[in-house]
Each structure stands twice: as C-alpha cells, then as structure tokens.
Design a protein around this ligand. Structure first.
Ligand code: HEM
Length: 479
C-alpha cells in the first residue's frame, strides 16, 4: 500500500547525520548522507510549508498500474488492456534487472509477489470483459480493468487486512460498515446504496465527501504507517514439494534467506529461484514482526536506498535514525502533542505509556523525564496495545480517519462506483471478491485448500480457522 500511496519528493541538497561519540560504536553506520525532503510553499496562511508526494495518494492501484503517463505506458502491453508479465509468471525486468512494474523503488520480493498476483488479477478482468464486450478496444478494457483491480485491492485492505491487524469484534463490524453499511452485504447487494452512508456504507455514495479539505494523505498518516518493525530478519522459505497439507503440521523449512538478500535486484533474482507460488506460501506461513520497541530490524540500519527508477544509491542509510529525522523535518508533532491534537489524553509520565521497566529505563536515558520530547515513532512502538491490536491506539485514530477518507473522497468509490463506469460485470467482480484468499484462489488454484487452514490469508496460514460465532456480529461483546 505504501508503494501505492506515498513517497516524498526529495530536495537536491544532501545532509549528513553523525552518531554522537558515546553511541557511535553501536551504530553500523557512524554517519550517513541522504537528501532532505523537498519543501514547498502551500499558499495557505495556516500551514505555510508543505511537502510533495511522487506517488498518487488515491487508492488507484498505482503500485501495479503506474503513477504517471510514462510509468503507466511502461507496464502496458497495449493488447486487450493487459499489463506486462513474463512467460515464467514473474515480473518482466529491464536490462539492469529492475522489474517492470507500477512502482519499483525500495521494494522487495514480497512486494513483487503481490504485484504479480494483482497484475494477474488485472489481466483476468481484461479476459472477462473482452469475452462480454468484444467491441471494447485495448484502452476501454485497460481503463475498466484498472478500476476493478484497484477496487478489489481497496476492498481487501478494508475488510480483510485491517480486521486482521486490529482483531476485535468492534473493528470487524466497523470496517464492514465502511464498505457495506450497517445493513450489511446482503442488503446492499439487493437494494444498492440507499439511505446514506451509515446504512449502506461509504462506497457507492452519490457524491464524494472531502469534509471541505482537498484529499491528501497527511504527514501524520505517513508517520503512523512507519511500520518497518513488521519486517522479519529472514524470509523462511518452505518446501512445497512434499505434498503435505498444512492441517498435518507446518510445512518443512527449506531455507532461511536474510532479508537483505530479498531486497532490490538481488531480491528479484532470489524470487525467480524460489518461484512465486513458493514465495506466497512461505510468506503465508511466516508471522510478521511486532510493532514494539527493540524489534526494529537491525538489517535496516545500513541498507542501500534507491532512486525513483529503482537503481541503487551510493550512500547507505540507517533507516530508524532517518525515520526519526523525517518526522521531525516534516513538522509531525511529537507523541504527546500528537495525542492532544487527536483529542486524546496526553501522558504525564513514562508509566502512563508502558509498564515495561526496561523500556522506561531506556526512555529516561534518551529523554530524561521530559515526556514532551518523546518522538512519535518511539511512542507508537512503546505504547501498551489494546488486546487484539497490532498497532497502538494513538496510530489507530489516524488509521481509521484515513481509511474512511480514502474511500469517501474518491469519485471512483462514490459517484462513479456504478455499472456505467465499471461495467456491470466489473462491478459484480468487485462485489463477489471479498478477501485476499479469493484472489489467490483465482490465480493459484488449489494453493489455499492445500496449504491454508486459517480463515484469512493475512493470518499465519497453518493457524486454526476463526471459530464461527452463533451470535450476530452487532450483538457480540465490544472487544
Ligand atoms: C524490505 C522492505 C522495505 C524496505 C527495503 C523499505 C525501505 C524504505 C526506504 C529506503 C524508505 C525511504 C526512507 C527515506 O528516505 O525517508 C522507506 C520509506 C517508508 N516506508 Fe519502507 N521499506 C520496506 C517496508 C516497509 C513496510 C512493510 C512499511 C509499512 C507497512 C513501510 C513503510 C514506509 C513508510 C510509511 C515510509 C515513508 C514514505 C515517505 O516518507 O514518503 N516500509 N522505506
């Protein structure tokens, strides 16, 4: 999603961060150079300085479809509306080994696997539409397939991924209400979008709603999406040749590949050895990292960043240090101020943030007893979590606000979410695709029935399915 939504433009001027002497011996890079974020005048008297995004912030599938004219042309075959994919089912690559895809910067093989899956989805939509509308030319097929695929991505993110990330009854109800409304899917399928957003959901409203502020993804949103701690240290590659189903136990481990080998062009070569099927099954069997302090991947402390065209840069960076710098540079409020801005109660001592004595000791060492200095990223990772939540409550408010805004501000999810724009069959495609599992089943038949016991493809695949509840969703306890 980050590859779909946001990447700040940079200035031409480089700056350098140097580790203070007392900690330098613990830093893989004693100093590193990088480009400042590009500042622009907003023209507003409230907030004078702003920053520009080089990806489109809309939920428009730009991660596979491209962000601009050149990028969009590069990924198209210009035949039957389809996008490029290589004969062996992987992404195509240019002569430098850089993938041909909607977004290639700072990527890794896991993102490529998802890009492959959704390129297949786009192309499958083209096949379906061509059969139904033989008179459609390449452009007509392409435009509709792009809309349908983007809507499938947005829907999966809303009603499958987010509820796995925030695994509570309240969120399950909330996210489904965002898409389908309080009356639910059956009602909406039957009667369409009637009686406003509460009853029928944000998707399909008559008009976009931007609450008087032009749509953008805010700096606060970028701040809370800094989730590099989700990344593991190694990718655990599973052996999918043995024919053992996951119900009989976890799949054998074949290899553990350090994540550094899975990024950039090296990662692309690794992916072609592993193969996309084994990659998807392996990722399915591996839990992501927790968004806690002391869990930031060490391998990100000296990584090679890339230019916008996916080429490696000469200067390595220390990601966690740079992330703190970025939030400060862009004027994102520190943790306590951020909470006040969200009308949340600020902390007055470290004990309000966490019970973990080790963490409190470390915070005191860095910030003394000045809780106002606490950086947002550190606070989000240190905060005790609500049971079932992978992210902090502070991050959650921004998450929820922007999740709704992405849908309700976009004409393709409101005014134009109709058969005239998507075609009837395109709209049916979106309406009948509910989960990532549905998309995997379409393009890798037999994969989930063989390897997945969990209910959602975003759970660890060999975990037990969610037990069905006889209690209707809205009557379940508000966990
Ligand atoms: C192997 C995987 C990943 C690599 C190599 C990677 C690398 C990077 C790099 C080099 C940057 C730019 C840093 C800068 O100049 O400020 C960045 C930005 C960012 N990344 Fe990652 N990242 C990865 C995965 C993730 C994941 C899993 C998430 C969240 C779920 C994430 C969220 C972000 C965000 C929010 C930004 C800031 C974007 C901006 O400032 O415009 N990244 N990442």
């Amino acid at each position: 999603m980050i590859h779909d939504w946001v990447d700040h433009m940079e200035d031409t001027q480089q700056v350098e961060i140097e580790a203070p002497e007392e900690v330098a011996s613990m830093c893989p890079l004693k100093s590193f150079r990088f480009f400042r974020s590009k500042k622009v005048l907003t023209g507003s008297s409230d907030i004078r300085i702003g920053f520009l995004n080089r990806r489109t912030p809309w939920w428009d599938g730009s991660v596979i479809e491209g962000n601009d004219e050149t990028g969009m042309k590069k990924v198209r075959t210009f035949r039957d509306g389809k996008l490029k994919i290589s004969g062996d089912g992987l992404l195509e690559h240019d002569e430098k080994g850089i993938p041909i895809s909607g977004d290639v910067r700072n990527s890794w093989a896991g993102v490529s696997a998802f890009q492959i899956l959704f390129i297949r989805e786009h192309n499958a939509v083209c096949d379906m539409l061509k059969e139904r509308y033989p008179e459609f030319d390449d452009e007509q097929l392409y435009r509709r397939a792009r809309l349908v695929t983007s809507a499938v991505i947005a829907k999966i993110h809303t009603i499958d991924w987010t509820i796995e990330l925030l695994k509570t009854n309240t969120l399950l109800a909330g996210m489904r209400i965002n898409w389908y409304g309080i009356m639910g899917k059956k009602f909406k399928d039957r009667f369409g979008h009637v009686f406003g957003p509460l009853l029928s959901g944000l998707v399909g409203q008559k008009e976009p709603e931007d609450h008087g502020v032009p749509y953008s993804l805010t700096e606060e949103f970028v701040g809370v999406y800094r989730m590099h701690s989700l990344l593991p240290d190694k990718l655990v590659v599973r052996d999918t040749t043995g024919g053992r189903v996951s119900r009989q136990g976890s799949l054998q481990i074949q290899e553990e590949v350090p994540m550094k080998e899975m990024v950039g062009t090296k990662g692309e070569r690794r992916l072609s050895e592993i193969g996309v099927e084994r990659m998807v099954v392996s990722m399915g069997h591996q839990a992501c990292g927790a968004l806690n302090l002391y869990n930031y991947p060490v391998w990100l402390r000296d990584i090679v960043p890339q230019d916008t065209d996916g080429q490696d840069r000469a200067d390595l960076i220390d990601m966690p240090a740079l992330e703190i710098y970025r939030d400060r540079e862009r004027g994102v409020a520190r943790y306590n101020e951020f909470r006040r801005n969200m009308l949340m109660i600020p902390i007055s001592s470290w004990g309000d943030l966490t019970d973990d004595k080790e963490v409190i000791g470390a915070l005191e060492e860095v910030y003394g007893d000045d809780v106002e200095k606490l950086d947002l990223l550190v606070g989000l990772h240190a905060e005790k979590k609500i049971s079932g939540f992978a992210i902090s409550e502070t991050a959650f408010f921004i998450f929820l606000l922007m999740a709704s805004r992405r849908l309700e501000a976009d004409r393709f999810f409101t005014t134009n979410f109709n058969a005239e724009t998507y075609t009837k069959e395109g709209l049916d495609w979106v309406n009948t695709t509910e989960t990532l599992k549905d998309v995997i089943d379409r393009h890798f038949p037999g994969m989930t029935s063989r390897w997945m016991t969990s209910s959602s493809a975003f759970s660890v695949w060999d975990s037990p399915p969610t037990r069905p509840s006889l209690v209707p969703l809205y009557l379940r306890p508000a966990t």
